[in-house]
Design a protein around this ligand. Structure first.
Ligand SMILES: [Zn+2]
Length: 237
């Protein structure tokens, strides 16, 4: 997550999007796992003059992580289940399109639960020997029932206790396209539309969906771009 500052009244474009600019000139965007080379941000100042910012991206290493013992139907789903998974992922993707003016993302993010890291963002995953998509978040091992606290304030945009792959699933929108998702929950304590403050209990850790044991999966997005919550935490605390 990159937070930038421009003159208030500027227009800012990045990755084909026009970014929201706050009245005090803050903008935010995300850089995904596979970004590389030089990114460009185009700024048009209030007086009409133009400027281009260049950001060099340093590639990271993505080790392979093997996850064995997950239920076979979650790795190689039969057609009816594959269709259900597609439908559910489309519902989650839809709420990530929101571009609210709220600036909850400017808070210093806090860990949603304490615990040992059991999976890092971006690692190439092999489930029961079959290559899957890279891991999209940060896994923190904790007992079932452990309260999950909002890492920053936001508005609940998605809550479903039973998605096929991700089990109890919650999305919290922090404004300007930045959102958090919490997966494998055993309990959800909020509903769509609720405003939650930083540190509020929103759910409980579980092992629902494709999980081998109780843990919290915390993912973050800038619209459809997945970003690393651990970096957000280090950057903003
Ligand atoms: Zn995970």
């Amino acid at each position: 997550m990159v937070v930038g500052k421009v003159e208030p009244g500027s227009e800012v474009r990045y990755a084909g999007r026009s970014l929201r600019v706050t009245s005090y000139g803050t903008v935010v965007f995300g850089v995904g796992r596979d970004a590389e080379g030089t990114l460009t941000v185009d700024v048009r100042h209030a007086d009409g003059s133009k400027e281009q910012s260049r950001i060099a991206v340093t590639a990271r290493d993505w080790p392979i992580e093997r996850v064995d013992g997950v239920p076979p139907a979650t790795v190689d789903p039969p057609p009816a289940i594959a269709e259900r998974i597609r439908r559910e992922q489309a519902r989650v993707a839809a709420v990530r399109d929101r571009d609210d003016a709220r600036t909850d993302f400017t808070q210093a993010f806090q860990r949603p639960v304490e615990g040992r890291t059991s999976g890092r963002f971006g690692r190439q995953r092999i489930y029961n020997g079959k290559p899957g998509t890279p891991h999209s978040g940060w896994d923190i091992a904790a007992a079932t029932g452990t309260p999950v606290r909002a890492p920053a304030a936001g508005v609940v945009t998605f809550a479903d206790p039973d998605l096929y792959l991700t089990g109890g699933t919650l999305v919290l929108d922090h404004g300007h396209g930045i959102s958090s998702n919490f997966l494998h929950l055993s309990r959800i304590d909020v509903k769509v539309g609720d405003r939650v403050e930083q540190g509020a209990t929103i759910a409980a850790v579980g092992a629902t969906g494709r999980a081998t044991g109780p843990h919290l999966h915390w993912g973050m997005n800038w619209f459809d771009v997945r970003i690393d919550p651990q970096l957000v935490l280090e950057r903003t605390r």
